[in-house]
Design a protein. Structure first.
Length: 303
């Protein structure tokens, strides 16, 4: 029978069958090591006792017990269904944590770049003629511990030309791989929000010191479903604030999110990851995007 178990690390609660009593593994939400308690007596002892008791009861009671077992079938099925929903919720929770860890890693790299250069990297590295060459994802590779990969790129030609084209598939940085990505895809699912009134306007990226709103309430980088067919992680493509309407996951390729049920994972300029619920009002989302909008938001807006 299932017993309710609470992870001692993250406090996530789930139903666990007593067949797993005393076993060790990892929590499906926080992935930290856990050991399940002894939920019940050993199965052999219970079986022996049950068999003896059933025989002593006689045939009338056996018929009654049989009927009860049939009636309990619907209840067992319900438990299985509830357990399935619980497992799905746990999987979603684990995906949220993994994506937020990726975003925090990326945010730390963006802030380290800004510390060295006085401002965040440009969303698009362009040549003297204005041609788009590379994404910011390539520019921050040294801050992700990917110096060797960065050194192989030719920053003087576009991301899909010459040696750069093959590098897309050679080594996909772990921080850029969304936990919901399956197969051998190399698409980008972590994006900056660019355009007027953002940290990344067309005239040039801002720096942390130019954030007038609270850094803990200013989105630095966010997850979003693929922006176009086959967009690679090196391709200079991001979210345009003029297309982002403040809704979450409603319009794939334009809105924030669309990858995890119920909301979107983001990282704010202070380097912290958050899960923003899909019911968040549009005006609140828009206020979180602007670095100097002087909007008044509650302190727990991202909690």
């Amino acid at each position: 029978m299932p017993y309710l178990f609470t992870c001692p690390h993250c406090q996530a609660r789930t139903e666990v069958d007593d067949a797993y009593s005393g076993q060790s593994g990892e929590c499906v939400v926080c992935a930290r090591p856990i050991t399940l308690p002894q939920f019940a007596r050993p199965l052999a002892n219970r079986s022996q006792r049950s068999s003896k008791s059933m025989l002593q009861l006689g045939w009338p009671w056996l018929v009654i017990v049989g009927l009860l077992l049939v009636m309990a079938g619907a209840g067992i099925y319900a438990v299985i269904r509830v357990g399935g929903r619980t497992a799905a919720r746990m999987q979603t929770g684990r995906m949220q944590l993994s994506s937020m860890r990726n975003l925090e890693t990326i945010a730390a790299a963006l802030n380290a770049y800004a510390s060295d250069h006085g401002r965040y990297p440009p969303p698009i590295l362009r040549d003297d003629s204005g041609k788009a060459l590379h994404s910011w994802r390539v520019l921050i590779l040294p801050y992700l511990g990917e110096e060797d990969l960065y050194d192989q790129f030719d920053l003087n030609v576009a991301w899909d030309e010459g040696v750069n084209q093959g590098l897309v598939y050679q080594d996909f940085p772990a921080a850029y791989r969304h936990p919901g990505l399956t197969g051998w895809g190399f698409e980008s699912h972590y994006h900056l929000i660019t355009g007027p009134g953002t940290l990344f306007p067309s005239q040039g990226s801002l720096g942390p010191e130019q954030i007038r709103d609270k850094k803990a309430q200013t989105i630095l980088v966010a997850e979003a479903i693929g922006l176009g067919t086959g967009s690679m992680w090196t391709e200079p493509i991001d979210l345009d604030v003029t297309a982002v309407g403040g809704t979450i996951g409603v319009r794939p390729g334009q809105d924030l999110g669309g990858l995890i049920d119920g909301g979107v994972c983001v990282a704010t300029a202070d380097g912290r990851g958050h899960f923003l619920d899909e019911t968040t009002p549009r005006l609140t989302v828009q206020a979180l995007i602007t670095p100097a909008g002087d909007e008044s938001l509650p302190d727990d807006v991202l909690d």
